[in-house]
Design a protein around this ligand. Structure first.
Ligand code: HEC
Ligand code: HEC
Ligand code: HEC
Length: 89
């Protein structure tokens, strides 16, 4: 039984990682597209962005600026922080 549970967790963890793209791109509106190199961020730890199990995150301006992307770059003083560093036309 214990083995079966461990196997199930391993399967869930593996299928989860297998379904994450290396990178994503968002429309970003009039400012231009925003690239998100997901793979390059994984070393920061999944929990930095995923609450609970890694799953789909709905991107929007509030997430991109205030609760995730820009917020972290500003706090860490790393990664793109200026409008045109993230948004490309
Ligand atoms: C810097 C933030 C961040 C970190 C760190 C991060 N992720 Fe993600 N992850 C995202 C975002 C944002 C998406 C949503 C991409 C999209 O669909 O627009 C995502 C998507 C995913 C998906 C795809 C979900 C789906 O159904 O489309 C998986 C699986 C995933 N991440 C796993 C992980 C794992 C495992 C880790 C840790 C090793 C991790 N992520 C670390 C931000 C992050
Ligand atoms: C938990 C902190 C954190 C979050 C959240 C985060 N980033 Fe980053 N990001 C970083 C760090 C750290 C770097 C690496 C900077 C360096 O090495 O100088 C980085 C680098 C980048 C880079 C440059 C990669 C390169 O190859 O130079 C891009 C583009 C980027 N992030 C976009 C995003 C986007 C878009 C989001 C939101 C979906 C996001 N980041 C969320 C911490 C974060
Ligand atoms: C760390 C990266 C980052 C930085 C820096 C950044 N943005 Fe964004 N911005 C995003 C992300 C991610 C989104 C969500 C994109 C989406 O949902 O298509 C977004 C969304 C937007 C949108 C809304 C697009 C729409 O129609 O939904 C506007 C407008 C915008 N940003 C303008 C700016 C301006 C102006 C600045 C500079 C003051 C800026 N951004 C800095 C990442 C960033």
């Amino acid at each position: 039984m214990k083995k079966a549970i461990i196997a199930l967790f391993a399967l869930v963890a593996f299928s989860g990682a297998a379904f994450a793209a290396d990178s994503y791109e968002y429309k970003g509106g009039a400012m231009g597209k925003v690239a998100f190199p997901h793979k390059a961020h994984m070393k920061l730890g999944c929990a930095k962005c995923h609450e609970g199990a890694p799953k789909k995150i709905e991107m929007n301006k509030a997430v991109g600026h205030d609760t995730m992307c820009k917020k972290c770059h500003v706090e860490m003083k790393k990664g793109p922080q200026g409008c045109k560093d993230c948004h490309k036309k």
